[in-house]
Ligand binder design. Structure first.
Ligand code: ZN
Length: 189
């Protein structure tokens, strides 16, 4: 399963810090009753595109010796199964759906001026589908706000809470994905 890396800082700092297996080693297994620290179990690599980064990052894995399952520590600026960082997607969606910019101008606002417009449309479709669930799930974190519809309500809540802070809450507490889980992945899997 994936749990979030309790980390705030730049991607560069993240890459430097994960070299040390002890630093964020979980002290118990999140998947079974074992109450002792997990064993380092290497890394997996994934691609990530952020506003000022486009490359491969390592994600640390740990193994529970009791249930033999692995736990990976996903940095909280990255979303499971999506290559683009939360910041990039947030900048794009706010530009397009809150401020009414064109697809091309929204891509520029997210520092992705050469990306295909279909990618932005994919994010928009996923977000529109997920907005009702998000605007309910985020109620504990946000002050009540009026909005014309659930999509703008969810966006305003995310902007006021901060997208990464909201993601931390949604993912850790509710196993909820900002853009929704694809049908092929089980939450918590
Ligand atoms: Zn376990």
């Amino acid at each position: 399963m994936q749990i979030l890396h309790p980390f705030t800082g730049s991607i560069q700092q993240y890459l430097e810090q994960i070299a040390d297996a002890d630093r964020y080693r979980p002290d118990h297994c999140p998947q079974c009753v074992a109450n002792y620290p997990l064993t380092g179990h290497g890394f997996y690599s994934r691609t990530l595109v952020d506003v000022t980064f486009d490359g491969v990052i390592r994600v640390r894995r740990y193994l529970c010796r009791f249930c033999k399952r692995t736990v990976s520590l996903l940095p909280d600026f990255a979303l499971p199964w999506l290559r683009f960082s939360i910041s990039v997607i947030a900048l794009f969606l706010a530009a397009r759906l809150l401020h009414g910019l064109t697809l091309a101008a929204s891509a520029r606002a997210a520092a992705q001026s050469s990306m295909p417009y279909q990618r932005g449309q994919f994010w928009i479709r996923r977000f529109q589908k997920q907005a009702p669930a998000l605007s309910l799930a985020l109620v504990p974190l946000a002050v009540p706000m009026a909005a014309a519809d659930l999509v703008s309500r969810a966006l305003r809540m995310l902007e006021s809470i901060g997208w990464i802070a909201a993601h931390r809450f949604l993912f850790s507490q509710l196993r909820c994905h900002l853009l929704g889980w694809p049908a092929c992945l089980v939450p918590g899997g």
